[in-house]
Design a protein around this ligand. Structure first.
Ligand code: SF4
Length: 470
C-alpha cells in the first residue's frame, strides 16, 4: 500500500533445454518488483531472440511467444521505471550489436550520474534508442577497448557509479554482475545442473532451483561451455579507499517478498524482528488489538503483537484482484483505490483501541485513508506504528520515491502534528539503530544504505538530480 514505486527484477539461466519457459516462471515470481513491462532474450548458441512488451508477465508471454524464443540460455526482466519514461522503448532486456558480437542486458538499479555519462557518450557519437540508464551501461561496455568481455565490464564499472545488479547474454555466455557497493540484491542458484541468477530467491523457489549464494558486490560471474568463472572485485589501487558495501535496507523493510532470502537473511523473520523492536521502542499503553496494513505490514505486526502480548488480527482484508495503487495515474483515483483494495473487519475492530502496523509512510495520503477506515469501522482509538524510521529523503539508487517536499515526514517532522495530519491518536516510528539491530544485529547498520531515512547518501548525488526528468 505504498506511493513508492517498485524497482525491477532480473533473471537468467544458462544451459537448460527449457530456458525460455523457466525464465518466464522466474519472472512471474519476481513480478512484485515491476509491473509495467516484461521481456525475455534467449540464445540458441549463435543468435539472440527477444520479446518485450508492456504489461504483466502472465499477459505478455503466451505459449506461442515462448515457442518463438529458442535456445538453452535466457535472461529476463520485469520493470518499473525509476529513470526513463514508461514506454516499450525502455522495456528490457535491451540489445545491441557491437564489434564483440550481440549483447543483451537486463538491469535492476539506477545511476545517479546517468545524464552526464549519456551526454558524454553522445558527444562521442553514440546514438541512443531509449531514455533508460540501462542503455548507458550497454554503451559503456560496447565502447570499451578492452580485449575481453570481463575487461569491458570492468571498464564500465570504473565509469558508472550507482546501483546495478545486471544479467547479460551473448550468443555463448551468461553474465551476472553487481555494483561494487551491492545496493540491489542478486542471487545464484542451480536447476538440473544449470546455473540460475535472480533478483530474489523467490525466482529460484518457483522453478525448483536450489539457492547457492549471493553474487558478491563487485563480482562478475560468467557461465559458458567451459563452465562457470567468478571474477571478484579487484583490490583497490594503493592508497585508494575501497567502496563500502551499501545494501538497501528498504529491501528488508518493504520491497522484497517476505518468503525471499535477501542479503543472506529471511525477509519474513527480519520483518517480525522489526515489529518486536518497534513494540519495545514505541509501546501503546491500553492497546487491545494489533492489525497489519496488508501485505507488507504483516510480518512486523506479528512481531509487535508477540512482543506486546496483544492479539494479532487481520483487521483489514486486501482484495487481490486490484492492481497496486501506484499503477493508477491520478491522485483522485488513487484515493479511491485504497477502498478498492482494503476493507475493514468490523468484528475485530469495533470498540477497541487498535494498533495499526505498517512498514513505512510516504506521502501520508494512503495512511490517512487507512486510519479513517479503521475509525469508521468502530475503533475507539487508532495508533499508527511504523516498522522503519521516518522516510524523509528521496532514493537515487533504484527506488522511485517522491521528491522530499512530498514526503509527509519531511514536511511534518514532529510526531504530534503528524498524528493530527494522519487523523490518528498517535504515531510512532522505529529508530534507525533499532531498525539496523533488527535487520543485521548491528545498530550502526554497517554495510547497509539507509539514506532515505537518514540522508546519509553512500554515493554523492548530482546537484538538481531528478530521476523522473531523465
Ligand atoms: Fe534503499 Fe533507501 Fe538507500 Fe534507496 S536510499 S537504496 S531505498 S535504503
Amino acid at each position: 500500500m505504498k506511493d513508492i514505486h517498485d524497482e525491477c527484477g532480473v533473471f537468467g539461466i544458462w544451459g537448460h533445454k527449457d530456458a525460455a519457459t523457466i525464465t518466464y516462471l522466474g519472472l512471474h515470481a519476481l513480478q512484485h518488483r515491476g509491473q509495467e513491462s516484461a521481456g525475455i532474450v534467449t540464445s540458441d548458441g549463435e543468435t539472440l531472440h527477444e520479446y518485450r512488451q508492456m504489461g504483466l508477465v502472465a499477459d505478455v508471454f503466451t505459449a506461442n511467444v515462448l515457442h518463438g524464443l529458442p535456445g538453452r540460455s535466457a535472461i529476463g526482466h520485469v520493470r518499473y521505471s525509476t529513470a526513463g519514461s514508461s514506454t516499450l522503448l525502455n522495456a528490457q532486456p535491451i540489445r545491441c550489436v557491437f564489434d564483440g558480437g550481440s549483447l543483451a542486458l537486463a538491469h535492476n538499479g539506477n545511476l545517479p550520474d546517468f545524464a552526464a555519462l549519456r551526454a558524454g557518450l553522445m558527444r562521442r557519437g553514440h546514438v541512443f534508442h531509449s531514455s533508460s540508464d540501462s542503455e548507458v551501461l550497454l554503451h559503456l561496455i560496447a565502447a570499451s577497448e578492452a580485449g575481453s568481455l570481463v575487461g569491458r565490464i570492468r571498464h564500465m564499472m570504473t565509469q558508472a557509479r550507482g546501483a546495478y545488479s545486471i544479467v547479460m547474454l551473448t550468443g555463448r555466455e551468461l553474465v551476472a554482475c553487481r555494483d561494487p557497493q551491492g545496493f540491489r540484491p542478486l542471487v545464484v542458484g542451480r536447476l538440473d545442473g544449470a546455473p540460475v541468477v535472480a533478483s530474489e530467491t523467490t525466482g529460484l523457489d518457483l522453478i525448483g532451483a536450489t539457492y547457492e549464494r549471493e553474487v558478491e558486490p563487485g563480482e562478475i560471474l560468467i557461465a559458458d561451455e567451459a563452465g562457470e568463472r567468478s571474477h571478484p572485485m579487484p583490490a583497490p589501487a594503493p592508497g585508494a579507499t575501497p567502496a563500502a558495501p551499501a545494501r538497501c535496507v528498504f529491501e528488508h523493510v518493504y520491497f522484497a517478498r517476505p518468503d525471499s532470502l535477501v542479503f543472506g537473511r529471511q525477509v519474513y523473520l527480519v520483518r517480525k524482528e522489526l515489529g518486536r523492536q518497534l513494540a519495545r521502542e514505541q509501546p501503546v499503553p491500553g492497546a487491545e488489538t494489533v492489525i497489519p496494513v496488508p501485505d507488507s505490514g504483516v510480518g512486523a505486526a506479528v512481531g509487535f503483537a508477540e512482543q506486546a502480548g496483544l492479539p494479532f488480527e487481520m483487521g483489514l482484508i486486501r482484495s487481490h484482484y486490484v492492481g497496486r495503487t501506484f499503477i493508477e495515474p491520478e491522485s483522485r483515483i488513487r484515493h479511491f483505490g485504497v477502498k478498492l483494495k482494503l476493507n475493514p473487519v468490523r468484528a475485530v475492530i469495533e470498540g477497541r483501541s487498535v494498533v495499526v502496523v505498517d512498514d513505512s509512510i510516504v506521502r501520508g495520503t494512503t495512511s490517512r485513508k487507512i486510519v479513517q477506515m479503521v475509525r469508521s469501522a468502530g475503533a475507539r482509538e487508532v495508533h499508527m506504528r511504523i516498522s522503519s524510521p521516518p522516510t524523509r529523503w528521496s532514493c537515487y539508487y533504484g527506488i522511485d520515491t517522491p521528491s522530499r517536499d512530498e514526503l509527509v515526514a519531511a514536511r511534518i517532522p514532529d510526531m504530534h502534528p503528524l498524528a493530527c495530519e494522519l487523523t490518528a491518536d498517535s504515531v510512532g516510528y522505529l529508530t534507525a539503530p533499532g531498525m539496523h539491530h533488527a535487520v543485521s544485529g548491528d545498530p550502526e547498520g554497517t554495510g547497509y544504505c539507509d539514506a532515505c531515512f537518514t540522508g546519509r547518501y553512500p554515493l554523492p548525488v548530482p546537484e538538481g538530480y531528478d530521476p523522473k526528468k531523465c
